[in-house]
Design a protein around this ligand. Structure first.
Ligand code: SF4
Length: 343
């Protein structure tokens, strides 16, 4: 049994984001004259595999799944056979009522919608798509109005283009009725790798904005969580790290490969730490930074939590003061289990 299967249905998208992690794979397939999308039969087979594996959640993502001709055929089959479906989308198609009306008819479908700025020009600079800001924001409003408020969340990918106003984006999300936002540090793959120094900030450049945004979310009563932010940049708010609430066993089905245990691969291979992390109290509970961060920056800015004696490692999120502010479920994986191969 697995907790979650993440199925990428294809790479076709109506946005072309500055930080898009699959853009290079899409370009590669186009260069080779191959399709950038799975066939409907392949997608259905992957959903059937997830059903056979008794997956609790199936994530349907792309590219942009909502622009596929067979979108509702896929959604209908998945929603009728899996307990929870999470659609990862830019939300633009929910500008249209017929899309909203069909999606809300599935009570087990949640949506995570990407919003990259509260400033239309910045959002559209990032998405590369004129009109995308209005469509995404109106799409969110339409879903909320139709009754999906508790089943949609926002997703902000941090970049140099929005790093100075993340708190303003969270404020706007609150104002339009969103109650939950995941804020992710960019993975230096695809376009983000191509645009490395224009796209990816140093953690020290966003340190103040992380704390300011977290404090604002508490004031607003919003749920936010931070993805790929090492715990030393969440001091006082460590339990706002999304790695502490991610599922234990995720399967990733990308077009190029399948990872049968993405959670393990992320913790041990896709993330890395610095040599100083060995002396940090959080070493057994912190995943560190994306491995590819070090292609552009060194990790000397990671600051260990001092140990009071030998082996004084934090073994459980309840030891953080912030557990009183934000409780996280106590899974096996966040209790003394995280060991990066790259330290
Ligand atoms: S283990 Fe490393 S990255 Fe994590 S909190 Fe400690 S110093 Fe920072």
């Amino acid at each position: 049994m697995v907790d979650m299967v993440d199925i990428k249905v294809g790479y076709t998208c109506n946005n072309d984001c500055f930080h898009c992690v699959i853009a290079d794979k899409r370009r590669g397939l186009i260069r080779e004259g191959k399709s950038t999308d799975r066939t409907i039969e392949e997608i259905m087979d992957h959903i059937k595999d997830a059903i056979n594996q008794k997956a609790e959640t199936v994530v349907l993502t792309g590219g942009e799944i909502t622009i596929r001709r067979e979108f509702f055929q896929i959604l209908d089959f998945a929603a009728k056979n899996v307990s929870h479906i999470n659609l990862q989308t830019n939300g633009r198609m929910f500008f249209y009522d017929e899309y909203v009306n069909k999606v809300i008819s599935y009570p087990n479908v949640n949506a995570t919608i990407a919003i990259h700025s509260c400033k239309p020009k910045v959002h559209e600079w990032i998405t590369g798509a004129k009109g995308s800001f209005e469509q995404t924001i109106q799409g969110i409003k339409n879903l909320i109005k139709a009754g999906m408020k508790n089943r949609i969340g926002g997703k902000i990918v941090i970049s140099k283009l929005n790093m100075d106003h993340i708190s303003d984006i969270v404020q706007m999300c609150n104002d339009i009725g969103l109650k939950s936002i995941n804020i992710a540090f960019p993975h230096a793959m695809g376009n983000a790798k191509l645009n490395f120094y224009d796209c990816i900030p140093k953690y020290s450049e966003i340190a103040d904005e992380i704390i300011k945004t977290t404090k604002l979310s508490i004031k607003l009563g919003m749920h936010i969580d931070w993805e790929a932010i090492p715990l030393c940049f969440l001091k006082g708010y460590e339990t706002f790290a999304s790695e502490l609430i991610m599922v234990e066993h995720a399967v990733l089905k990308d077009l190029t490969h399948t990872d049968q245990n993405y959670t393990k691969a992320r913790q041990t291979t896709a993330k890395r730490k610095g040599p100083q992390c060995k002396e940090c109290r959080c070493n057994n509970i912190c995943e560190g930074v994306w491995d590819d961060y070090e292609e552009g920056y060194d990790v000397s800015e990671l600051k260990p939590y001092p140990m009071k004696g030998p082996n004084d490692y934090i073994a459980d999120p309840r030891e953080f003061e912030s557990f009183k502010l934000r409780q996280v479920p106590l899974f096996k994986r966040n209790i003394n289990t995280i060991v990066s191969n790259k330290i």
